[in-house]
Design a protein around this ligand. Structure first.
Ligand code: IDP
Ligand code: MG
Length: 140
């Protein structure tokens, strides 16, 4: 086990339904600690850059429209095996496939409006954290 940092987003479907606190409680009760956080609105360029890896996928334009449709909360989470732990707490991409007790099973509206983002590797976590935060904004 290693102490890691991962990148997380509370997506617009969750902020719109006033579920920010519920998501945070599930992350914290799952053993993760918020060490940086801000509420922002993504513009098209920022959202397209963030999801650039998906730009050839058929859902890319819809995904960018969704992610710019309202406020998001971007955050850095710290904990033992934080990257994998966060993915466990989130659940599968499609809420229909997500395990009981996960954020997406409990809260997500659809495969697109699925309430949370989480980095899929330690390497991508570092890239995604740097896309939104300066080192001096992360306070462990
Ligand atoms: P992840 O968020 O579980 O890592 P990814 O495959 O990286 O899933 O996809 C990024 C995001 O794109 C998803 O969280 C979801 O919002 C959206 N997405 C993924 N697959 C689909 C789809 O088939 N239709 C619509 N949106 C999708
Ligand atoms: Mg992903």
């Amino acid at each position: 086990m290693a102490l890691e940092r991962t990148f997380s987003i509370i997506k617009p479907d969750a902020t719109r339904r006033n579920l920010t606190g519920k998501v945070l409680t599930m992350l914290e009760e799952g053993g993760l600690r918020v060490v940086a956080q801000k509420r922002v609105e993504l513009d098209q360029e920022k959202a397209e850059g963030f999801y650039a890896v998906h730009k050839e996928r058929p859902f890319f334009n819809d995904l960018v429209a969704f992610m710019t449709s309202g406020p998001v909360v971007v955050q850095v989470l710290e904990g033992e095996d934080a990257v994998a732990r966060n993915r466990e707490i989130m659940g599968a991409t499609d809420p229909a496939d997500a395990d009981e007790g996960t954020i997406r099973k409990a809260l997500a509206e659809s495969i697109e409006a699925n309430s949370v983002h989480g980095s899929d590797s330690l390497e991508n976590a570092a890239i995604e954290i740097a896309y939104f935060f300066n080192e001096n904004e992360i306070v462990g």
